[in-house]
Design a protein around this ligand. Structure first.
Ligand code: EPU
Length: 310
């Protein structure tokens, strides 16, 4: 009841502020298809809209989460007393031809597969490193998404962020530090856009590289299942977390009916129907514990949990 009353009040405030809000379940928008129902989602398109929303939530002490495409999110079930700010409509696309390279400024909501498609058409050297990754620029930059052949940081010149501190916002152009699946971008910094540079390559060569890589991905990963992509980062020695889990005999392993370790690649967990948060959470913890017990390796998760205290 409390939740519904608070939601009504928030929806009414948002209407007055002329901010479009939608009631959606996380299970309908996350890649893995899991997660409950927050107060509502808002989808700002401009910096002004975003600042208006941030101003509203901070001045009213309304808990909020900022999300991108929801590719790596494991969100709890049930009613969630949060407002969710999705940057999926930050779709800026600017392109400059420098003669021997292209510079792109891309909004947080632009999908990596759009970048790959442009790269095939125009000839972005090395763009195959991003082929098949299901996320958008915002999340991909924050976690330095990539594959075995490269990461998005290989192409990043700078990143525009909105830093929120003590209820105030500051627009900044930063050059983050990047490591394997990690960036120095802080949790109070919202990625708005990134500037990427690609050297030029013959489009036909880029197309061949992308198709070679996608073919391999289709053969070795559960691309049509509901997953998070890889659950764990590979350990520092460069071993494949998937191979380690596979060697422990866990391919296809399940604790419950609706979630299993993928039989195709052991670093993926598949939601086979309408699995809930706890089923997947427990399976991830089980696999992690088993690897620690048997191999003395502490796997680090790529998946980001959204819980009430995060
Ligand atoms: N392998 C197994 N069993 C498995 C999985 C892999 O034996 O269940 C073996 C493979 O046969 C291969 C080796 O392990 O010999 C490496 O496998 P793969 O090429 O699939 O690479 P990976 O290290 O398991 C990484 C990224 C993937 C990315 C692929 C391909 C991480 C955590 N994973 O996987 O990224 O798609 O390389 O470039 O860095 C992601 O981050 O979400 C992701 C899926």
């Amino acid at each position: 009841m409390l939740f519904d009353g608070e939601r009504r009040a928030i929806m009414s405030d948002l209407r007055q502020l002329k901010i479009d809000a939608k009631i959606i379940k996380f299970s309908d928008i996350t890649y893995v298809g899991i997660g409950g129902e927050p107060y509502s989602f808002v989808f700002p398109r401009t910096l002004q809209d975003l600042e208006k929303i941030v101003g509203y939530v901070t001045s009213h002490d309304i808990p909020f989460w900022v999300i991108g495409n929801g590719t790596k999110l494991l969100v709890r079930d049930g009613k969630i007393p949060r407002l969710v700010i999705s940057l999926s409509r930050f779709d800026l696309q600017e392109e400059k031809d420098n003669g021997d390279s292209f510079t792109l400024r891309l909004g947080a909501g632009v999908s990596l597969q759009f970048v790959v498609a442009c790269g095939i058409k125009k000839g972005f050297k090395g763009v195959e490193a991003l082929a098949g990754i299901p996320g958008c620029i915002g999340g991909a930059v924050k976690m330095n998404a990539g594959t075995r052949i490269g990461s998005i940081s290989d192409f990043i010149q700078s990143v525009q962020v909105l830093t929120i501190s003590n209820g105030r916002t500051k627009l900044e152009e930063i050059k983050p530090e990047f490591k394997y699946r990690w960036s120095s971008i802080k949790d109070n910094q919202i990625v708005l856009s990134a500037t990427l540079t690609f050297k030029k390559e013959k489009p036909v060569k880029v197309r061949d590289e992308v198709s070679k890589y996608l073919k391999k991905r289709f053969e070795t990963q559960p691309v049509s299942a509901k997953t998070f992509g890889c659950i764990f980062k590979n350990p520092e020695n460069g071993e494949s977390a998937g191979k380690i889990i596979d060697e422990l005999g866990l391919k296809g392993f399940r604790l419950t009916k609706r979630a299993r370790v993928s039989p195709i690649h052991a670093n993926f967990i598949e939601n086979e129907g309408d699995a809930c948060f706890a089923e997947v959470d427990e399976l991830i913890k089980y696999v992690k514990d088993k690897v620690k017990q048997e191999r003395k390796i502490e796997l680090e998760e790529e998946v980001v949990r959204l819980l009430d205290d995060s």
